[in-house]
Write a protein that binds this ligand. Structure first.
Ligand SMILES: Nc1ccn([C@@H]2O[C@H](COP(=O)(O)OP(=O)(O)OP(=O)(O)O)[C@@H](O)[C@H]2O)c(=O)n1
Ligand SMILES: C[C@](O)(CO)[C@H](O)COP(=O)(O)O
Length: 225
């Protein structure tokens, strides 16, 4: 079986509000994105790595690879306007049948065990979506100041990797873009497939705000110790 990892790094990181997009910010000596690629490279299934980057950043990335002597083999593909478009561009270079993990470049802490479990479950069940359950109480907003409590035992916070057999992902990404597509599971679900939850990891944070970099640094050191 052939395995692929589409690492989406075509975002601008507006919420982080820094000079460079968050996937290039240094985390413990190297760009966030290099930690993420390394996690997939460590997987014994040897996934082919497809990196999706905005075209204006291809040169910058090449320079970063040179500066950090980063030599993990990967193919660089052009990013799109929305995350949906970036995934679609990455998927276009996946040839033949296989199992494809889609992963946010800004989740550098996914463990090799989680990546492996994601590929195995997707191969057996068609797809595998990493998720954790909320620890806070949760409410849904209604009119005005009103809100209603939700049963948190029925809720999941969705992470990546989100892994699929090629048939599901290809069929799903033929659909036109919708604002409701916040991740790959929502795209594949809309195409008629049922979605399987895989236990994710609390440490598998998505770096979104400046504080997340400090947390990621702490967690990286803990993983390494
Ligand atoms: N057009 C886009 C938008 C997002 N992404 C990627 O999708 C992942 C999750 O997106 P998010 O955390 O929202 O990143 P940004 O869009 O960069 O952040 P922001 O929404 O704060 O601008 C990131 O790795 C991001 O680079 C992408 O490849 N192409
Ligand atoms: C794909 C994702 O990380 C799953 O939680 C999330 O939906 C990305 O959302 P963002 O608004 O693009 O960060």
């Amino acid at each position: 079986m052939k395995y692929y990892a589409i690492i989406v790094a075509g975002g601008k990181g507006n919420r982080m509000n820094q000079d460079i997009p968050k996937q290039f910010i240094e985390l413990d000596g190297k760009p966030v994105l290099m930690h993420t690629i390394q996690s997939f490279y460590n997987c014994v299934l040897n996934p082919e790595i497809i990196l999706v980057l905005n075209s204006e950043q291809h040169r910058f990335w090449k320079e970063l690879c040179h500066t950090h002597s980063f030599s993990i083999p990967h193919q660089v593909i052009e990013g799109g306007k929305e995350r949906f478009d970036s995934v679609k561009n990455g998927l276009a270079v996946v040839k033949g049948d296989g199992v494809v993990a889609v992963h946010d470049a800004v989740r550098p802490l996914a463990s090799t065990a989680l990546i492996m479990a994601s590929y195995q479950m997707a191969l057996a069940e068609g797809n595998a979506i990493a998720a954790i359950q909320p620890v806070d109480s949760v409410r849904i907003k209604k009119e005005g100041q009103h809100s209603l409590s939700l049963n948190r035992d029925e809720l999941f916070l969705i992470q990546t990797p989100q892994t699929f057999v090629t048939e599901q992902l290809r069929r799903a990404y033929l659909q036109p873009y919708s604002d409701a597509f916040t991740d790959d599971a929502s795209v594949v679900e809309k195409a008629g497939f049922s979605i399987n939850i895989l236990p994710g990891e609390r440490s598998n944070i998505k770096i979104t705000y400046v504080q997340d970099l400090e947390l990621a640094s702490f967690l990286l050191k803990k993983q390494g110790s």
